[in-house]
Design a protein around this ligand. Structure first.
Ligand SMILES: *Cc1c(COP(=O)(O)O)cnc(C)c1O
Length: 386
């Protein structure tokens, strides 16, 4: 059994540092309220920002696709794994994002980790924000290009690093909304630097689609800069409540990625059931942009209520980070809130820096203002008493 010793030791080390992680098993659909350990809880940790996982119209689309297409897709996209729900979804996404074409991947993670090495080669440079998502980091690691990390959303630092490198080809890549801090990338600055340097601009809209912009269309709508991103990536697993990643862009980009992206080519495609559900969710947001407006109103109500209780909180997105610092204390606050019926997660190293643990509140369009005000009061209480 000795060959397992080092793994067991490492796990013990994680426990000692309050960094050990376990799985919470939910007993209901993902929604504003969930059932957990036999109790009803207010969900304040989900990425299902528009509460689409359990939406009746989305479920009906999934049921119809299940009846027509069955469960599995039977192959990779380039062999037998493209059914009409896959191509219908891609057309809907391209229209939604006002692009020539779109391509769906098996997850946002597979999209980022596949697209970045596909689009870059030896001699290129990749400029990547220091707080980018792990899937972007993995994509950079798999690329033969040289990766340069710039300070978080710092355009002066990026400009300086571009100039020093002399880079003439490659990629500037950033989260559109950062997954832990909830802040918005400086699209005007990024677009200007991409234009000046001749590099492609790639943004990850995992937490901006359905969340920012007057109709919830994402970062280009937020800044009124349509068409300013070359490689517009996102995920179907968050606001849209389904599964899968996607990229939107011009026809050259999409045809190139179909032919060159390993995570697209060598993996069985997602179920038609999930594709039909995702498409219905995109259509619903297009038809009912007030869903995004409700979410934005909830963010204003919740952050104002936290501030009234003396908790520093500012966010323009569904992600509201509440700084705690010490990992053990963040866990204690989160545990206390769980005991009171609030499902809210403590985020620790390595997701955030060591000693900079946060409570990450994530809001939904379907939370009521009364629920959010009560939650803000409970959070302030828990922080004071832990
Ligand atoms: C969640 C997330 C991903 C991965 O998307 P999945 O569909 O969950 O694999 C990629 N980028 C960011 C910024 C994310 O938050």
């Amino acid at each position: 059994m000795d060959k397992w010793r080092r793994y067991a030791d490492e796990l013990q080390e994680l426990r000692d540092k309050e960094l050990y992680r376990t799985l919470n098993v939910l007993e209901s659909a993902q929604s504003a309220h969930v059932r957990y350990q036999g109790r009803d809880m207010l969900m304040l940790a989900s990425n299902a920002y528009l509460d689409m996982c359990n939406d009746p119209a989305v479920k009906a689309a999934a049921a119809a696709a299940l009846a027509q297409f069955g469960v599995g897709s039977g192959g990779s996209r380039l062999t037998t794994g493209t059914a009409s729900p896959h191509s219908d979804l891609e057309q809907t996404l391209a229209r939604f994002k006002e692009r020539e074409a779109a391509l769906v991947f098996n997850s946002g993670f597979a999209a980022n980790s596949g697209i970045i090495p596909a689009l870059t080669r030896a001699g290129d440079y990749i400029f990547s924000d220091e707080l980018n998502h792990a899937s972007i980091i993995d994509g950079c690691r798999q690329s033969k290009a040289q990766t340069v990390i710039y300070r978080h959303n710092d355009m002066a630092d990026l400009a300086q690093k571009l100039a020093v490198s002399g880079a003439q080809s490659g990629l500037i890549v950033s989260d559109a909304v950062f997954s832990m801090d909830g802040d918005i990338a400086d699209l005007p600055g990024l677009a200007r630097l991409a234009e000046q340097s001749g590099l492609l601009l790639m943004l990850d809209e995992a937490h901006s689609t359905g969340v920012i912009g007057a109709r919830g269309r994402g970062i280009e709508e937020h800044f009124a800069m349509p068409g300013s991103v070359d490689v517009l990536m996102g995920t179907l697993s968050k606001a849209f409540g389904a599964e899968g990643g996607y990229v939107c862009g011009n026809a050259t980009l999409i045809e190139y990625l179909k032919n060159k992206t390993r995570s697209f080519i060598f993996s069985t495609s997602l179920s038609p059931v999930v594709m039909a559900a995702a498409r219905r969710a995109v259509e619903l947001l297009a038809q009912q942009p007030e869903r995004a407006a409700r979410l934005q109103q909830n963010v204003r109500v919740f952050t104002a209520a936290l501030r009234e209780h003396g908790v520093a909180a500012a966010s323009q997105t569904a992600i509201v980070p509440i700084r705690i610092g010490d990992e053990g204390r963040a866990l204690a606050v989160s545990r206390r809130l769980f005991a009171e019926g609030y499902y809210i997660s403590a985020i620790r190293y390595p997701t955030v820096k060591r000693g900079e643990a946060i409570l990450r509140a994530a809001l939904m369009s379907s939370h009521t203002e009364a629920e959010l005000k009560q939650a803000a009061a409970a959070i302030a209480q828990a922080i004071q008493s832990c």
